[in-house]
Design a protein around this ligand. Structure first.
Ligand code: SAH
Length: 215
């Protein structure tokens, strides 16, 4: 594990880099400055924990690039005690950022191993979040409706089941497009049957897939 003091310095530099890249939400930057990303990294990439890049984790998946986490989280406009649903727990880093911002986090992952690991990582850091092993296409209607839904895998369209689980006024953030490249899309529920859509730049994510994987 890298030294805490050194990690703190690296986090500060990372935050400065994100500011230069256009991130301005102070609460998001504070959370990135606080959450130790090296706890979420594969041991082989520990020294790269504060490089602004995505890295491989277990099960052929990735921990998102900090810039991407910052963009998605900024678009959600998280307030303390907001209920946020995450589809694609992965390493749990994004869930920890949301928890650090005071959100009540529900996060779904289709790989059992990642689901188990993220739970351990967050509780070792003292963050409370509810994790589920399952298919995020279904959402978690029993805990909704949500102030925000964040999908951290690439979809070709927004699943209706997830749109339906948003509060009126709630925000859903998802990378939409092909497997090669996606456009970060924000859907705001403006009424029972109406949504406003906007686009927020080009990104590359691993795909949103159906079903679960018991490994
Ligand atoms: N938010 C993560 C990034 C994860 S990468 C982090 O902070 O590290 C995307 C994750 O979405 C992968 O772990 C992948 O297994 C998961 N995923 C893909 N399709 C899914 C689905 N239908 N339901 C739940 N998780 C899914």
């Amino acid at each position: 594990m890298i030294d805490e003091f050194e990690a703190k310095g690296k986090r500060k530099k990372l935050v400065e880099e994100l500011r230069r890249k256009g991130i301005s939400d102070e609460e998001v930057l504070r959370a990135i400055n606080t959450v130790p990303r090296h706890f979420f990294m594969d041991p082989a990439f520990l020294n790269h924990a504060y490089v602004d890049k995505a890295f491989p984790i277990t099960s052929g998946q990735t921990i998102s690039q900090p810039y991407t986490v910052a963009v998605q989280t900024s678009l959600l406009q998280v307030k303390r005690r907001d209920k946020i649903l995450e589809v694609g727990t992965g390493s749990g880093y994004q869930a920890a950022i949301l928890a650090e911002m005071g959100a009540k986090v529900y996060s779904i992952e289709r790989y059992r191993e990642l689901y188990l690991k993220a739970q351990t990582t967050l509780s070792s850091l003292g963050y409370a979040a509810d994790f589920f092993y399952g298919d995020g296409y279904e959402g978690k209607p029993q805990y909704g409706p949500y102030d925000g839904i964040i999908i951290t895998a690439a979809a070709d369209k927004i699943p209706d089941t997830l749109l339906e689980q948003l509060k009126i006024g709630g925000r859903l953030v998802v990378p939409l497009g092909s497997s090669r490249s996606q456009v970060m899309t924000l859907a705001v529920r403006t009424g029972e049957d109406s949504y406003d859509y906007s686009s927020h730049g080009q990104f590359v994510f691993v795909p949103l897939l159906r079903g679960t994987v018991n490994e």
